[in-house]
Design a protein around this ligand. Structure first.
Ligand code: SPV
Ligand code: MG
Length: 290
């Protein structure tokens, strides 16, 4: 059974799947050990890893390379954040073939113009494609996938662009008409009211995905109560958690004039060895090095 099939089945069985952002194979390993249902190959996280803003600066090749490395170290399904699909519908055809071959189980493609501006920035320049043009991109994605279980999730940025719920609903319905398997509705409001209102108004034939980055109060119980949401993506928590930990440790080392204190508060190197799979390598050395 493909991982995409498993992802669909776990949505059907559990009602809601929890997808954790991963920006590296190590973060993917940690997400799997923690018990998440899948991984989010986040454009924001990978951009941040390169010290770049999330504005279509990281190339498809860079993103695919990381996705392949992640796929090699995790058995979880990967939901790939392909931003705008790297151009028009022709670029989408190329992207879907590449991402499916790289082992992704789903893609999220958003209705902004290329190059995009990250969604959560205050006063970000947010331009949306014409509905028909984005429908063509969704149709191109559907026509290209080989595995019918591979999920094409259409993301509307209508609320991010402050165009209101009616425009968001209109776009979401148009994208379902084009064949989208799910709709991702995004919001940068600090409270979940906009998302809750959209989710209650949604009467389309496919379920919703959300990314509660800006409105953390919407927990799993509240999401389930809304009924129409089947996937929650924790979109920037991996990179924020890692950055919090490194900022704290690095500052303490400078302040303390050495590592004499910090070493007690971080994992020992043996834990890193475990995550690296050193046990197996040691066994392989015994077996094969002569
Ligand atoms: C990402 O994680 O890259 C996302 C979510 O697309 S957000 O950054 O909130 O737009
Ligand atoms: Mg993104």
């Amino acid at each position: 059974m493909s991982k995409a099939r498993k992802l669909r089945e776990s949505m059907a069985e559990n009602g809601l799947v929890h997808i954790m952002a991963a920006h590296s194979p190590l973060s993917a390993i940690l997400a799997e050990e923690a018990g998440f249902d899948g991984l989010w190959a986040s454009g924001f996280e990978l951009s941040a890893l390169y010290g770049l803003p999330d504005m279509s600066l990281v190339s498809m090749t860079q993103h695919l390379d990381m996705l392949r490395a992640i796929e090699g170290k995790s058995s979880l399904p990967i939901v790939a954040d392909i931003d705008t699909g790297y151009g028009n519908a022709i670029n989408v055809i190329h992207a879907i073939a590449e991402y499916e071959r790289a082992g992704a189980s789903a893609v999220v493609i958003e209705d902004k113009t290329f190059p995009k501006v990250t969604s959560l920035a205050a006063d970000g320049r947010q331009e949306l494609l014409r509905i028909q043009e984005f429908q063509g991109k969704v149709e191109a994605a559907i026509a290209t996938r080989k595995d019918p279980d591979f999920l094409v999730i259409a993301r509307t940025e209508a609320l991010i662009a402050s165009l209101g719920e009616q425009e968001a609903l209109k776009r979401a319905h148009a994208y379902v008409e084009a064949g989208a398997d799910m709709i991702l509705i995004h919001s940068k409001k600090k409270d979940p009211s906009e998302i809750e209102s959209f989710a209650r108004a949604w009467n389309g034939d496919v379920p919703l995905t959300i990314v509660p980055n800006a409105y953390p109060d919407l927990d799993a119980d509240r999401i389930k109560a809304l009924g129409s949401i089947r996937m929650v993506i924790y979109g920037n928590y991996g990179i924020r958690a890692a950055t919090t930990a490194m900022q704290d440790a690095f500052r303490r080392i400078v302040a303390d004039g050495g590592v004499q204190n910090i070493h007690k508060d971080i994992i020992p190197v043996e834990e890193v060895f475990r995550l690296q799979g050193m046990e197996k390598t040691k066994a392989d050395e015994k077996r094969f090095l002569r």
